[in-house]
Design a protein around this ligand. Sequence first.
Ligand code: NAI
Length: 247
Amino acid sequence: MENSKLIALVSGAIKGIGRAISMKLIQEGFFVVLVDLDDISGKAMEAELHGQAIFYKCNIAEEPEVKKLFETVLNQYKQVDLLVNNAGIIKDNMIWNMPATDFDQVINVNLKGTWLMCKEVAVIMKQQNKGRIVNIASRAWLGNKGQSNYSASKAGIVGLTRVLALELGKYNVSVNAIAPGLIDTPLTQSLKKEVLDQLIQAQPGKNIGQPQDIANAVAFLGSYKTQFITGQTLYVDGGKSIGANMS
Ligand code: NAI
């Protein structure tokens, strides 16, 4: 296939923030490869997007699946211009109540999965001598009670982003992270109402962000106008990282 469009690949693309990112990138003129776990919703989203996107089922935590994904995409589209590592999960608990298996699962999806995707795309982007990677971290990497597994995984993503900016810089690949704060998605909608209310009250603006807030930031960092910005973590959190609970 001859591409007139730039090709973007988005993980965790069928819900919440990933869905908003995918829609925004289509608006910006990308053809989007939607990557997620659920075949039925994925194919439905592909159909809804009428040839502007394609769905591939892939568990980003499984190396053989990730390798197969990139092999297929490269065969079909010959290039990957932008990778957005958005897929992520939570399994919250105070450390004394957290089974080690919950630590492993969160690290495996959020950090190892992101690393596996970056590893495969690095080879392609190095060869192309161009590319953009945007990793979705979280403001929680700064620390959140009950999220020792999640915060550690997202802190790992910030470190990974900085290293890849150094390793890929001379190949014209920029690598940045976005640290969302509280965003209204199925993930946060699954929290108990009183927990969600407390989180909203802790925001400087007593508010919750929308998936589009993150999608807009991804479109900026993923565009080819931002070559000189690399290795950075951009907070999109309504100011929570500045100082929560201060007034
Ligand atoms: P969500 O739970 O609404 O959607 C996540 C998507 O990722 C789902 O479609 C899910 O099927 C997919 N996914 C999960 N594990 C996967 C795997 N192993 N392989 C492929 N796909 C997988 O989550 P939400 O809220 O949209 O979050 C997206 C990202 O933003 C996550 O990395 C999350 O940690 C991060 N984030 C979210 C915040 C929020 O307030 N919602 C705040 C800060 C960061």
